[in-house]
Design a protein around this ligand. Structure first.
Ligand SMILES: [Fe+2]
Length: 389
């Protein structure tokens, strides 16, 4: 443990988990004395009937609500404004966010702008707001973003070519997160995989930063163990135990990386968002290449991944265990049909230098355990176009 610098471990979000835990939401709304809540979601979640138990839980307690289901993938400033307008028009004083990463980001933005005024772009960065957001209850319907226990969220700025703004601050943690694995039953396999690989990236990156501690490591390695064991089954079968473990793992992965921070994968995936490549897809493609890059300084971390997922043999040395961990990630990708490289259809190779420049400006750069230069990043992007071999 490093006692030379000031370390902080924090989790202000209260987390409920269990089958049918969504039925508890009415009691939470009552406890927070919310007159009327805005339910922020997307049309897919609503039409799948996923919000029905939530509205039922409110109705049986006589609690008023309004539904805002206009959140698109990669939400921008405009949808945040629209949500705030509805919230004010209907007199809501709290927000329940139910959905995947996009509604969670939009809902946090709505809660923040509703209490501070102006536009979400005014609050880009860390602690740029004056007033706490409205109370937020977050209910994930994917097992990936971990946004339900994170103060950070991403909103596209339409006026800057959909540049992904990151907004964060201590008060932006949702007050309550409710993890109900039953909500994941209708999640399509592809979405399960993309969000699951994002969560796996959160856990692996959390072990390879200069902010990692024994506490964050304990959480991150357990998240990795659970996800490596359950990802494929959770995505491609109806096995509820696997879905539950995957949901739990994605939440604790974010608790780990919320404290240990993230590294090069997330710095490099940010500019790919401008090309509408889903966050989890961009991270997953980059992950093996960044693991290779970090290998010289992360052998111990990778070897420990190999230990916790149970693939080591007694005669293996540190290097062999570390290499086995990277191979296990690649094997998982093959098993779940995850893409192994970028293509020109996804993003033109010619923009690599621009993306590298943007990546160098991302906050995660300073946390990655191996200090990367702009040229290193260019080379990693180039490898990620070429493929593993
Ligand atoms: Fe992520």
């Amino acid at each position: 443990m490093n006692f030379d610098s000031l370390n902080l471990f924090t989790l202000p979000t209260r987390v409920y988990f269990g089958y049918n835990s969504i039925n508890y939401v009415g009691k939470v709304v009552k406890e927070f004395s919310l007159n009327k809540v805005l339910i922020v979601t997307d049309k897919g979640v609503r039409s799948a009937g996923v919000i029905d138990p939530l509205t039922h839980s409110l109705e049986v307690l006589g609690l008023a609500y309004e539904v805002f289901d206009d959140v698109p993938e990669d939400p921008g400033s405009q949808v945040v404004n629209d949500g705030v307008e509805l919230l004010k028009q209907k007199g809501c004083n709290g927000v329940i966010i139910i959905g995947g990463g996009s509604p969670l980001c939009a809902g946090k933005g709505i809660a923040l702008v509703a209490s501070n005024g102006g536009s979400i772009s005014n609050y880009e960065g860390n602690e740029k707001y004056k007033v706490s957001p409205l109370p937020m209850i977050a209910i994930p319907t994917t097992a990936g973003s971990g946004s339900e226990v994170s103060p950070s969220f991403i909103i596209s700025d339409e006026s800057r070519n959909n540049y992904k703004m990151t907004i964060t601050g201590y008060k932006c943690f949702p007050n309550v997160a409710i993890l109900d694995p039953l909500l994941l039953r209708s999640l399509p396999a592809r979405q399960f995989i993309i969000s699951g690989i994002d969560a796996l990236t959160h856990a692996i990156e959390a072990t390879c930063t200069n902010q990692a501690t024994s506490l964050t490591d304990a959480i991150a390695y357990e998240a990795i163990r659970l996800m490596m064991k359950n990802m494929a089954t959770a995505a491609y079968t109806d096995n509820l135990n696997s879905k539950s473990d995957q949901l739990y793992a994605s939440t604790i992965a974010n608790i780990a990386c919320g404290n240990a921070k993230l590294g090069l994968v997330h710095a490099m995936s940010n500019p790919l968002g401008s090309y509408h490549i889903p966050h989890g897809l961009a991270n997953g493609i980059l992950l093996p290449y960044v693991m290779d890059y970090n290998y010289p300084v992360c052998k111990y971390q990778y070897a420990w991944i190999a230990e916790v997922i149970g693939i080591t043999k007694p005669q293996m040395n540190l290097e062999e265990k570390a290499t086995a961990a990277i191979d296990a990630i690649k094997e998982l990708f093959i098993n779940i049909n995850f893409p192994q490289c970028f293509t020109e259809d996804m993003v033109p190779k010619a923009v690599i230098p621009t993306m590298a420049r943007i990546a160098m400006g991302r906050p995660q750069i300073k946390f990655n355990i191996r200090k990367a230069s702009e040229n290193d990043i260019i080379q990693i992007y180039e490898r990620a176009f070429h493929g593993w071999n």
